[in-house]
Design a protein around this ligand. Structure first.
Ligand code: S3P
Length: 173
C-alpha cells in the first residue's frame, strides 16, 4: 500500500506525511529529498543549473521508483501534477490524498520561504495555484483540508478516511 500526498506548496505534505507514517507504521518518503539526494543538489540549485523541465523529468522518474515500494507514505512536490508523465502514474493510484489549503493559508505558511524556486511573487504563485487546484482535485481519491489545523489532526483524518488503523504514534505530535 502506498499513500501519496499531493497539494500546493505549503499545504503540509511533508509534515503531515511524517506524522501519518508514524501513526500508520508506514515509511515516510519525501520525493523532493529523494531527488536532491540523487542529484547531489537542492531543489533550488537543480532549477538554477538545469531548469524546471529537467526537474520535472527527474521528479516523474523518482515518483515511478518510489511507487515500487510498499508500505509507504509519499509526500510529493506541489508541481508533480504538471507533468503528464507523473499524472499518468498518479491516475490509477487508490490512495492519493489532496491536502487542501487556501491561498491565504499558504501565504502565511511560506512567509519567509526562500527555498522554493517557484515561490517568488504572490501574483505568479496565485496563478500557479489556480492552474493546479483542478489537477489536484481530478487526481485525488480523497481530499482533506489543512486550513487552521495542525499536521496531527490532518493525519488522523486521513487514517480515518481511508480506513487504516493506528499502529503506533502515541508520541506523535
Ligand atoms: C514545487 C514545489 C516544491 C518543489 C519545487 C517545485 C512546485 O515542493 O518540488 O520547489 O512546482 O510547486 P513543495 O510542494 O514541497 O514545496
Amino acid at each position: 500500500m502506498r499513500i501519496l500526498l499531493i497539494g500546493f506548496m505549503g499545504a503540509g505534505k511533508s509534515s503531515v506525511g511524517r506524522v501519518l507514517a508514524r501513526l500508520s507504521g508506514f515509511r515516510f518518503i519525501d520525493l523532493d529529498a529523494r531527488i536532491e539526494a540523487e542529484e547531489g543538489l537542492d531543489v533550488r540549485a537543480i532549477f538554477q543549473k538545469h531548469g524546471e523541465p529537467y526537474f520535472r523529468r527527474k521528479e516523474a522518474r523518482a515518483l515511478q521508483a518510489v511507487l515500487q515500494e510498499d508500505g509507504v507514505v509519499i509526500a510529493s512536490g506541489g508541481g508533480v501534477v504538471t507533468s503528464e508523465e507523473a499524472r499518468a502514474l498518479i491516475e490509477p493510484l487508490p490512495y492519493t490524498v489532496y491536502l487542501e489549503a487556501s491561498f491565504d493559508t499558504i501565504k502565511a505558511r511560506l512567509l519567509n520561504d526562500t527555498r522554493r524556486p517557484l515561490w517568488r511573487s504572490h501574483a505568479r504563485a496565485n496563478d500557479l495555484y489556480l492552474e493546479r487546484v483542478p489537477l489536484y482535485e481530478a487526481l485525488a481519491k480523497y481530499r482533506v483540508t489543512t486550513d487552521g489545523r495542525v499536521p496531527r489532526e490532518v493525519a488522523l483524518e486521513i487514517l480515518n478516511t481511508i480506513g487504516l488503523t493506528r499502529k503506533n504514534g502515541n508520541h506523535a505530535r
